[in-house]
Write a protein that binds this ligand. Structure first.
Ligand code: ARG
Length: 552
């Protein structure tokens, strides 16, 4: 970032307003490292020829210790950076502490709460919550390395009418013969499905479910016991999944945690006069959205009220600058209503809903379509089989690293907001945009580093006299790592980092295919490039929550 700031400063010192300057990396390397269209913007504003303005600006910018030269192409001003700068930045990545110190300046003294994963108790961990878990954890990691104080909170769906239904189903001897503590997560799901199936022909069941939920709310001993057992069973399953996915969420205050905190928040809503009676229920109205229900006719609270109590709790406890919700786009409207309600109560903290898209199977099936929810454990099993094929000589644990890495990377390498397609060929591809491709490139670097007699090259004294095209293309990538991490945070989009890593890997593999390393006169320098590639991929993947392996 040092370098882009420097270019901005130079342009500003020539009297250009900062708001007019946009710096980009040219798509094609022959146009340099940075480009700006500011001459065109000025030309339009002042009715002058952009090319002439660009020429004039160019004549005023003198090459210095960072800038090698400036070129004008059409109305564009292109900057070429000195290789010494690239080398310095590459060294910084290799000295991890230095790199981390520099990154941690961005978020100093700022606090962010991220709400992610949030599966529902008594339902298996479906593919839908997988996206939230992976993207949420990556965003957490990215903000953390940028120096933010991060708090992850798993807003478990552990309260609500579904527990009444489940309790009824568990206690119905015709449906279930096991003791609650002996039930598995699959049993729970089957009973839940059974309830809905039977309720289609017997509507009185819905009342029975409601009765049991009411009992739960009123602290009935049996209802509470069964509810707690369901939580324990589910929690064990979720913990297993999190461990496998390399995910660690700081807190898991589920929805039930807020049951005794409802009165306060409802009182605040009353005071601000934002509650309105409507057919026995209490609703919140908005200017340009449909109303939302705060309490139901029977007085029971809703998802919305629990979320408002959650905001109050988070603000009171952590006083965050930012709250991020990593929840599916099917809840877009809901989150707009939630944020608007929170503002009306008086909460001004920045709140962002990422709203990830659906995951679609290549054959067209959507994972959320009723009845054909695809379970995460089945996906992992298939991934394991495929990973065994591409890493036949690796240990079971390493194969698992490849399988999980592949699934996660597929999720993270695409814009969270878009629907994504799950296509096994692509997920596991060894020569394309995949997790295994990055892990393989990393292992290739490690194998080179193992062969050399030269001690690990974290830095080099000086650049070689001549640098070939492939080396240069690779060297010019490294300084971008820092700005990509910052951009990923600003856009709440881990794919910025994922794409960047693929670019680095591609450049390394192009270099590797064309040039020998071991035993050449340029060995030291090439080992340095290899070492920097490995460091970049390893730390980048670790931000995405994906592990590397030394051999593959
Ligand atoms: N459990 C919810 C679901 O599966 C997601 C909760 C998201 N977080 C929140 N604060 N509302 O749909």
């Amino acid at each position: 970032m040092e370098i882009s700031n420097k270019i901005l400063e130079i342009l500003q010192s020539l009297g250009i307003d900062q708001s007019l300057i946009k710096l980009d990396h040219p798509k094609d390397e022959k146009f340099g490292d940075f480009t700006t269209n500011v001459a065109m913007v000025l030309g339009k504003k002042e009715g002058k020829n952009p090319h002439e303005i660009a020429q004039e600006l160019k004549s005023k910018i003198k090459p210095d210790e960072l800038i090698a030269k400036v070129e004008v192409v059409g109305g564009y001003l292109n900057f070429f950076i000195k290789p010494e700068y690239f080398k310095k930045q590459a060294e910084k990545i290799n000295f991890e502490i230095e790199f981390q110190n520099s990154l941690s300046q961005y978020g100093k003294n700022k606090t962010m709460v991220i709400d992610y994963s949030a599966p529902n108790i008594a339902k298996p961990f479906g593919i839908g919550h997988l996206r939230s878990t992976n993207i949420g954890q990556a965003i957490y990691n990215i903000y953390q390395i940028l120096g933010w104080n991060c708090i992850g909170d798993n807003h478990l769906g552990d309260w609500g009418t579904q527990f009444g239904k489940l309790t009824y189903a568990i206690l119905n001897p015709e449906w279930n013969s096991k003791k609650p503590e002996d039930l598995s997560i699959d049993d729970l799901e089957k009973l839940y499905v059974k309830f809905h199936h039977e309720a289609e022909t017997d509507p009185t069941l819905v009342d029975k479910g409601r009765e049991w939920f009411s009992k739960l709310e009123n602290g009935d001993k049996l209802a509470r016991e069964i509810w707690q057992k369901c939580i324990d069973i589910s929690q064990r399953e979720f913990d297993r999944v999190y461990e496998l996915l390399n995910v660690k969420i700081d807190f898991a205050y589920g929805e039930s945690f807020y049951e005794d905190k409802m009165a306060d928040v409802l009182k605040m809503m009353e005071q601000k006069k934002i509650l309105k009676k409507s057919e026995g229920a209490m609703i919140v109205e908005f200017e340009n959205m449909p109303p939302a229900i705060a309490t139901k006719t029977n007085g029971a609270t809703t998802y919305l009220t629990r979320d408002l109590a959650t905001i109050k709790y988070r603000v009171d406890t952590w006083n965050p600058d930012l709250i991020i919700y990593e929840v599916g786009s099917d809840q877009n409207l809901y989150f707009q209503q939630l944020f608007a309600s929170a503002k009306m109560i008086g909460y001004n903290v920045d709140m962002i809903h990422i709203g990830h898209g659906l995951l679609r199977w290549k054959d067209g099936k959507f994972s959320t379509r009723k009845g054909d929810t695809i379970h995460l454990s089945e996906v992992i099993e298939t991934a394991m089989e495929q990973a065994k094929k591409i890493a036949p000589n690796n240990t079971y644990e390493e194969i698992e690293t490849v399988a999980i890495g592949a699934i996660k990377f597929n999720d993270l390498a695409q814009d969270p907001k878009k629907d994504i397609v799950f296509d096994w060929d692509r997920v596991m591809s060894m020569d394309g945009n995949s997790g295994p491709y990055l892990q393989y490139t990393y292992a290739r670097c490690q194998s080179v580093l193992n062969k050399t007699e030269i001690k690990e090259q974290k830095d080099i004294e000086s650049l070689p006299n001549s640098i070939n095209d492939e080396e240069m293309a690779l060297l010019r990538e490294f300084y971008k790592f820092e700005e990509k991490i910052v951009e990923a945070a600003e856009r709440y989009n881990p794919a910025v980092v994922a794409e960047y890593l693929l670019g680095v890997a591609r450049k390394y593999n192009e270099f590797y295919a064309k040039h020998r390393i071991i035993g050449e006169s340029e060995e030291t320098w090439r080992i340095f490039l290899t070492k920097t590639t490995a460091s970049t991929i390893k730390s980048g993947l670790s931000l995405l929550g994906i592990k590397t392996l030394e051999k593959m």
